[in-house]
Write a new protein. Structure first.
Length: 171
């Protein structure tokens, strides 16, 4: 059931168009996808965040009074410190009770959405992961952040909402 829900949410996020097939001026759904990849059980994990570019631009303007055009890779690079500071405030990832620091590696446009690629230093073995992911919720209370965590051969799914901004999983 979770896999079907995740697939449906991916489908929705891939189409920023209204029912007439025209690009939407505003989207009716506020959703992001987060994928944490630690399949190799190494000292570094990747964290990919897919969000609507305009929502992320609004969040940067709200937080830093700075407009960053996320659909332009060079603008994303020049806004690296702001993006990291924003996610430090609104996204925390604790592994075995130790906070992991996100470092922005790259931004990639994907239609009207963007992928933000981060890396975190981490231990090989994870027993408990605590996630707070209330980014964009300061502007969009209906925002939902769907998180998939891959640790070795194991996979966990989380749904973060304004009402439930934190979740815990064990491995």
């Amino acid at each position: 059931m979770q896999v079907q829900l995740f697939g449906f949410l991916l489908f929705l996020l891939s189409f920023p168009f209204n029912w007439e097939g025209q690009p939407a001026d505003d989207h009716a759904i506020y959703l992001s996808l987060v994928e944490v990849d630690h399949k190799d059980l190494g000292a570094v994990a990747t964290v990919k965040v897919k969000v609507f570019a305009d929502d992320m631009e609004d969040a940067m303007m709200n937080a830093f009074k700075k407009r960053i055009n996320f659909l332009d890779a060079s603008s994303c690079d020049s806004g690296k410190s702001e993006v990291e500071a924003y996610f430090e405030k609104y996204f925390s990832y604790r592994i075995n009770n130790k906070l992991a620091t996100l470092t922005l590696v790259n931004c990639e446009a994907n239609g009207e959405a963007i992928w933000l690629y981060f890396k975190i230093d981490c231990p090989d073995k994870w027993t408990k992961v605590e996630v707070k992911a209330n980014f964009l919720m300061e502007l969009f209370p209906t925002q939902a952040n769907i998180i998939t965590i891959y640790h070795g051969d194991e996979k966990r799914f989380l749904k973060i909402t304004h009402a439930h901004p934190e979740e815990v999983v064990t491995f």
